[in-house]
Design a binder for this molecule. Structure first.
Ligand SMILES: [Zn+2]
Length: 288
């Protein structure tokens, strides 16, 4: 049976495809680790694959996860090449591999149908938590506001931080009610997020009349508005060939001359819009 021409032909093609897949994953791992797609003006390698290369989102994620796993555990490449494990399986188990478990996990899942691999991987993930919910517990009577009950699941370390906040604020909130802790935390978070949010006007925030905003890294609203307008609400990163990044979401105000090196926050010429990917790229690879 092994000598039938169709079979020999098929095996030849399948073998060639596996080798090509391995090369593709190695290349993707290399491109990602060196930040080459970001350097060329893409917010991420994922954006490059799904954008200009026409990959589907699922395909791009599958290949990127498999590429990362192969980079971290190069022995997977040989198994992929020989057909003992599929790219889909590598991609599924990739995020769960560590030095201690990779051999046993590969042995367990190699050659297994993907539905069973998914079941195994699901057993590593946290159990399904109660869905987060908000419900009104009492109708409220003017002038008293209505009361609500908020529920959500969280990691244990979150609880640790919550308990620590409660202990630190004990003198301010002796009853230790979660509502008080969250209220203060959320207010500080909104304040902080609002400062970091491009183009957001000051209106609607709690008035701080007569209180100077802290000087330093903080970019004043007037400067933000000017920079936002000047940069057209878009990442300003340009690749060496002149390609400009097209990202218009997840933008951050970046100091051209870093604040730590004396770069001013109040001079619009020293502030620019960068997407998250390019801001991180600049931090890793120097000014771009
Ligand atoms: Zn960008």
């Amino acid at each position: 049976m092994g000598t039938e021409p169709w079979r020999a032909s098929l095996e030849l093609r399948v073998g060639a495809e596996r080798r090509e897949t391995e090369r593709l994953l190695v290349l993707l791992g290399e491109i990602e680790s060196r930040g080459l797609a970001t350097a060329a003006g893409f917010p991420s390698l994922y954006a490059c694959l799904t954008g200009s290369l026409g990959f589907s989102e699922v395909d791009a994620v599958t290949k990127l996860k498999a590429a990362r796993a192969c980079r971290e555990f190069p022995a997977l490449r040989r198994l992929l090449r020989s057909g003992r494990i599929s790219m889909a399986t590598i991609s599924a188990i990739g995020p769960h591999l560590c030095r201690d478990n990779w051999k046993s996990l590969v042995r367990m899942t190699a050659g297994m149908p993907s539905a069973r691999v998914r079941r195994i991987v699901a057993s590593f993930s946290p159990r399904e938590e109660p869905r987060q919910s908000v419900r009104y517990t009492d109708p409220g009577e003017a002038p008293l506001p209505r009361r609500v009950e908020i529920a959500f699941g969280a990691r244990e370390d979150f609880l640790g931080r919550l308990e620590r906040a409660r202990a630190l604020l004990r003198s301010k909130y002796p009853s230790g009610r979660f509502e008080d802790i969250f209220d203060e935390a959320i207010e500080a978070l909104v304040e902080k997020a609002d400062r970091g949010s491009p183009g957001r006007p000051l209106e609607g925030r709690r008035a701080r009349i007569g209180v100077e905003r802290p000087k330093g890294r903080y970019v004043p609203q007037a400067v933000r508005r000017e920079v936002w307008r000047r940069d057209g609400g878009r990442c300003t990163y340009r690749a060496s060939d002149g390609t400009r990044c097209e990202e218009t979401t997840r933008l951050e105000f970046d100091h051209v001359m870093p604040f730590a090196l004396g770069g001013p926050s109040r001079d619009p010429d020293n502030i620019r819009l960068l997407c998250r990917g390019h801001n991180q790229f600049r931090l890793r690879h120097g000014n771009g």
